[in-house]
Design a protein around this ligand. Structure first.
Ligand SMILES: [Fe+2]
Length: 480
């Protein structure tokens, strides 16, 4: 199948090898390309909104620069859209179909990584990026993309250990040192090493308060430690800085909403949803829909009437039915379709999921291991079969990590499981899950209320009263 024709301006003119100011070598037409590439990497590390414009300007001047093309493919893959996957595939064909006269070792590995990513072999892709980091620990692209990949493997240790392997080689004077600290900080948080995570995150923010990832890493620590008001103050206090980044900023607003939910400030969460989270769905940034879907589902679990808000997300979710990149993201799209009651789209997406399982690619295997079960549970919840949903969710609850994302993001499935237990009148299971959740999250009013209800159903009136009282005290504490 021909999916790519060589563009008219593709002329593999002789290239020279240039070094950037960190000693990394690039094949390029001129030293100016290296300067431009350096600025592109800074934007990439900082989630700046000018990433696309910088790449475009670079490739306009140096259309054959291998790392420029490779970066274009990487960014296309990061968007997770089916159409952009085709664009990345085309770039691989271009890079492999042309002989560059002096392609370096690092560049060759990047091209192989892009090829493996396009083939859906994420293990191999991550291995190649890690191999790059063995030789070139300052390669920000390999570092950031390996991290992204490890994040969606669902094992925070992979992120943390990847950072540990390169961190000693980073000098604080390096212009991207703060970004690396922030990556390290969040990885530590996902490994529940909160003290060091917060220290590194705060250090990174002190270097650059516009570093949204680092602000986010500290917000995660506060979420994990249930420091709700402090979390709001942290995010809001730094908002003039981090809100300059691309759509990743909406994920920080999502975090703010999580804190509001725990404090029972539902109007604040709804306001942020309406004003911000859904303000740029047309850009098709995959995380926007994940944020909004995750928030709406949680609001409903809190008993809040969200009106017609699922319908607001529907068209954007329908555009992602054929995506085959991340099980985590696709499950969030399915949440929207199922909650909006679009049965035809739900069926289409489930047909696609079954094909994904058969594909055998890395995420297809995740879909096989847990994705299909979670998908069926979501549909069962929305279609009034909480007993089946509960059985599904309890059966795989210790495997949900495989879909990746953060602990905070995946916590929604724990909440669904507890709620489904109640809906299915599995009161002993609900009591057990409530006991577990109130132990793990002792400042969660939602957890205490659910636990109290389960105790009441189990005729344990004394403990039920204590749990209700505890929930009331938490509410008073929040608002005094
Ligand atoms: Fe997050």
């Amino acid at each position: 199948m021909v999916i790519w024709s060589v563009p008219e301006n593709f002329n593999p003119s002789p290239m020279e090898t240039y070094q950037d100011n960190q000693g990394l070598e690039y094949s390029a037409s001129s030293s100016r390309s290296i300067e431009q590439f350096g600025k592109l990497i800074s934007s990439f590390m900082g989630y700046k909104p000018d990433i696309g414009a910088r790449l475009k300007a670079l490739l306009k001047e140096d259309p054959n620069m291998p790392m420029g093309l490779c970066m274009k493919g990487y960014l296309a893959k990061m968007m997770g859209l089916k159409g952009l996957h085709q664009r990345a595939l085309a770039i691989v064909e271009t890079l492999n179909g042309n002989t560059f006269n002096n392609l370096g070792h690092r560049e060759s590995l990047h091209i192989k990584a892009l090829e493996a990513w396009c083939a859906g072999n994420l293990e191999k892709t991550a291995d190649i990026w890690e191999e790059i980091l063995l030789h070139y620990p300052h390669d920000c692209i390999a570092l950031r993309l390996a991290y992204f990949n490890h994040f969606y493997s669902g094992d925070g240790r992979r992120m943390r250990d990847s950072l540990m392997r390169v961190f000693p080689f980073w000098d604080p004077a390096h212009p991207h040192y703060g970004y690396v600290l922030g990556l390290y900080s969040f990885a530590l948080e996902e490994c529940r090493e909160f003290a060091l995570a917060e220290r590194y995150g705060r250090e990174a923010v002190a270097i650059n308060p516009e570093d949204a990832w680092s602000v986010h890493a500290v917000a995660h620590v506060m979420e994990s430690q249930e420091r709700h008001q402090e979390g709001i103050d942290w995010i809001v206090g730094l908002e003039p800085h981090w809100s300059k980044v691309n759509n990743f900023r909406f994920h920080l607003y999502w975090h703010q909403c999580l804190f509001h939910l725990e404090r029972g400030e539902y109007e604040s969460a709804l306001d942020i949803h309406d004003r911000l989270l859904v303000s740029d769905l047309d850009s098709d940034f995959y995380l926007d829909l994940c944020n909004a879907a995750s928030l709406l589902w949680r609001l409903e679990l809190h008993g809040i009437d969200i009106g017609e808000r699922w319908q607001v997300l529907l068209e954007a979710a329908k555009r992602r039915i054929e995506d085959r990149d991340l099980v985590f993201a696709s499950l969030h799209y399915l949440m929207v379709l199922a909650a909006a009651g679009d049965h035809q789209s739900v069926n289409s997406m489930m047909d696609g999921f079954r094909q994904w399982v058969d594909s055998g690619d890395t995420q297809g295997q995740v879909m096989h291991q847990v994705g299909m079960t979670l998908a069926n549970a979501l549909i069962d919840i929305r279609q009034g079969r909480p007993d089946r949903a509960f059985q599904s969710l309890t059966g795989i609850r210790y495997m949900v990590d495989l879909i990746g994302g953060s602990i905070a993001q995946r916590d929604l499935f724990n909440m669904m499981c507890l709620d489904a237990a109640g809906q299915a009148c599995q009161h002993l299971a609900m009591r057990a899950l409530g006991a577990e959740r109130t132990t793990f999250r002792p400042h969660s009013r939602w957890a205490w209320l659910r636990y109290a209800q389960a105790l009441q159903h189990a005729q344990d009136q004394v403990r039920a009263k204590e749990a209700f009282d505890h929930a009331s005290r938490l509410y008073s504490d929040f608002h005094n």
